[in-house]
Design a protein around this ligand. Structure first.
Ligand code: 5GP
Length: 190
């Protein structure tokens, strides 16, 4: 049996990765499952443990690193984020496709370690618009937003190693574009 495809969605904070993934997952025409990452960052009000992330402490996260429980992990803005082996390996081996939101460092690791990966970078129409979206989201302080925008500049420069770059100007158009990219990859994998 062919292994499933490891689909990675990256892009700067606030670009709309979460919304895009939600909409893609609601589309019953595409056959994939969401990989829930583990993080040490604080939970946002609307987030649910086990659905958006597995929230944990730095101590527990570091223990899991020592126990070799992650496929990849990265430190983003002084917090740990990682993909658990238990969350994806079995599913991929069963031929199931996985979609995950992963930062640029993690995406590079996935590309190196999985032959059957699909890396998509979501770009904002402009940095001004990205800032507006972060302000509108209202989940971070002004200082935190500034830090995330600084990281975004470096992240955007790394978009060239992705298989595809999609601009999220109009949400429905971006979702359709990503949906088509994934569907074509699934057809190729059959
Ligand atoms: P946020 O705090 O906005 O939820 O996420 C910050 C960054 O961490 C985003 O770029 C997000 O895609 C990334 N991220 C989330 N989960 C993982 C993961 O499991 N591994 C890596 N490397 N990055 C992740």
């Amino acid at each position: 049996m062919k292994k499933g495809i490891f689909i990675v969605i990256s892009g700067p904070s606030g670009v709309g990765k979460g919304t895009i993934c939600d909409l893609l997952l609601k589309n019953k025409n595409i056959d994939f499952e969401y990989s829930v990452s583990m993080t040490t960052r604080e939970k946002r009000n609307y987030e649910k443990d086990g659905i958006h992330y597995y929230f944990t402490t730095k101590e527990k996260f570091i223990n899991k690193i020592k126990n070799n429980e992650f496929i990849e992990y990265a430190i983003y803005n002084n917090e740990y984020y990682g993909t658990l082996k238990s969350e994806v390996l079995k599913k991929l081996n069963q031929g199931k496709n996985i979609i995950s939101e992963i930062d640029v460092q993690g995406a590079k690791n996935i590309k190196n370690e999985f032959d059957n990966s699909l890396l998509i970078y979501v770009l904002p129409p402009s940095m001004e618009e990205l800032k507006n979206r972060l302000i509108k989201r209202g989940t971070e302080t002004k200082e935190e937003i500034d830090k995330r925008l600084k990281i975004a500049i470096v992240e955007n420069e790394n978009r060239y190693f992705y298989d595809y770059v999609v601009v999220n100007d109009k949400l429905d158009i971006a979702v359709k574009e990503i949906e088509d990219i994934i569907k074509n990859k699934i057809i190729d994998n059959k």
